[in-house]
Design a protein around this ligand. Structure first.
Ligand code: SF4
Ligand code: SF4
Length: 61
């Protein structure tokens, strides 16, 4: 299982993580990415790699 967090102070709402996540973990809420389906994360780290703001983070839980 993976814990997905988004730093709201860093997220610029570009939507890259929403579009790239193969698990459809993220949705945009009020122009910020939110990990609304965290249980669907399979730890690929794609979102972390692509986020230019270093806003999303994945860790084992
Ligand atoms: S890729 Fe980063 S900056 Fe863009 S919406 Fe996702 S968390 Fe926010
Ligand atoms: S690590 Fe992969 S599956 Fe998990 S939220 Fe990021 S892009 Fe989606």
């Amino acid at each position: 299982m993976w814990k997905v967090t988004v730093d709201n102070d860093r997220c610029q709402g570009c939507g890259t993580c929403v579009d790239a996540c193969p698990g459809e973990v993220y949705e945009m809420v009020d122009n910020l990415a939110r990990p609304v389906r965290m249980d669907d994360c399979h730890g690929c780290h794609t979102c972390e790699a692509l986020c230019e703001q270093d806003a999303c983070h994945i860790e084992a839980r």
